[in-house]
Design a binder for this molecule. Structure first.
Ligand code: KG4
Length: 340
């Protein structure tokens, strides 16, 4: 008999539901929230309210596109955290209530683990392209910047992580500072394609081990733009492509230096990336180029699986379901990874 899992993701500003059957994707619906654009960042209270409005239609649409009735579900996997507490509460409560009503188990998933396993979502008509265990994942998003060693669908170890801002935050905050809009990553990525990455130099941090830091480069860019604008108020407008290209190159250099170090230290050659920033075209090109040079097998998730989505939650939940994990009815969401 097939195992049919409904995945629910509501950790930040995307309400998503997906259905998978025995690891194969049947549907993946994502409702993004435009309401935050006006504020230049996610407003937690508005995110929770939007999840409340979206959750029922998004789940109904996912079931209908999958051609699956709620009564056919084997389990409901949901993101327990980390993320925004109010947002997580909507998905967690909905998943537990639906599980109770249908008399099927709810399975809790760590959002991070969803990103780590995104390559395992199988799709009809596409050859599975999955890394072998153990592999390294560079997890880069608005909330994470980590190098993770993945030993099995259930086990992982964080080898290095940011000690301050996430790399996505650096993209977003610097874009806001330069007046380029939100979210910053896609805008900077687009402008960077037309600019010279070697024109300007930004200071790189010196952090021991495999940890990252992205707060310094923000300050470096702030002072640079401020000083240049004092000399020429048109500086930003005239040079935005080169600034974006040079800034993006610095971020990619920082990410790749530690990833190369981690691959050398562990001897692992299967490398994946995940999280919203893994959509960055410069980072993707660089990962593939380093892979060729160093004999790595690199795995780039499709764009739709890079940002927050329920397909990755469903697949991570599927493995946990097979391992016999069940969420107790009184389980509460957690905002921080350390509370998991
Ligand atoms: O995983 P994600 O959707 O959710 C959060 O963790 O919040 O990641 C969102 C982040 C944002 O910081 C956004 O600017 C960044 O991913 N991002 C990008 C690109 N597309 C999205 N960063 C760089 N280049 C991109 N093309």
């Amino acid at each position: 008999m097939s195992d049919i899992i409904l995945g629910i993701e509501s950790s930040c500003d995307d309400t998503s539901a997906a259905v998978i059957r025995d690891g194969w994707l049947l549907s993946n619906v994502i409702a993004s929230q435009d309401v935050h654009k006006a504020y230049g960042g996610v407003v937690p209270e508005l995110a929770s309210r939007a999840h409340e409005l979206n959750i029922v239609p998004v789940v109904s649409e996912a079931l209908s596109r999958a051609g699956v009735k709620a009564q056919e579900l084997s389990a409901i996997a949901f993101t327990r955290g980390p993320g925004l507490l109010g947002s997580l509460l909507v998905g967690t409560s909905f998943a537990k209530a639906l599980g109770l009503a249908l008399d099927v188990p709810a399975v809790m998933v760590n959002h991070l683990q969803g990103h780590l396993l995104a390559d395992f979502v199988r799709q009809e008509g596409k050859e599975p392209c999955e890394p072998s265990f153990p592999y390294l994942c560079l997890l880069v998003s608005g909330g994470n910047s980590q190098i993770v060693r993945v030993d099995s669908p259930l086990e992982y170890t964080i080898l290095g992580q940011t000690i301050d801002d996430a790399v996505g935050e650096a993209f977003d905050k610097c874009s806001k500072m330069m007046g380029l809009g939100y979210p910053g990553g896609p805008v900077i990525d687009r402008l960077a394609k037309q600019g010279d990455p070697l024109r300007f130099k930004f200071a790189k941090p010196h952090i021991p081990g495999l940890d990252y830091s992205f707060s310094g480069i923000k300050t470096s860019l702030l002072y640079f733009v401020r000083d240049e604008m004092a000399k020429d108020p048109e500086f930003m407008e005239k040079n935005k492509e080169d600034i974006c290209a040079s800034f993006q190159k610095t971020l990619i250099d920082i990410l790749m230096d530690k990833l190369i170090k981690a691959a050398k230290q562990t001897g692992i050659r299967d490398i994946t990336i995940g999280g919203g920033v893994s959509a960055n075209s410069g980072l993707r090109e660089r990962l593939v180029a380093e892979g060729h040079k160093r004999g790595w097998r690199t795995f780039l998730p499709e764009f739709k699986f890079t940002t927050d989505n329920a397909a990755m939650i469903a697949i991570a939940g599927y493995y946990r379901y097979l391992a016999g994990e069940r969420a107790p009815l009184d389980v509460a969401p957690v905002s921080r990874l350390s509370d998991f």
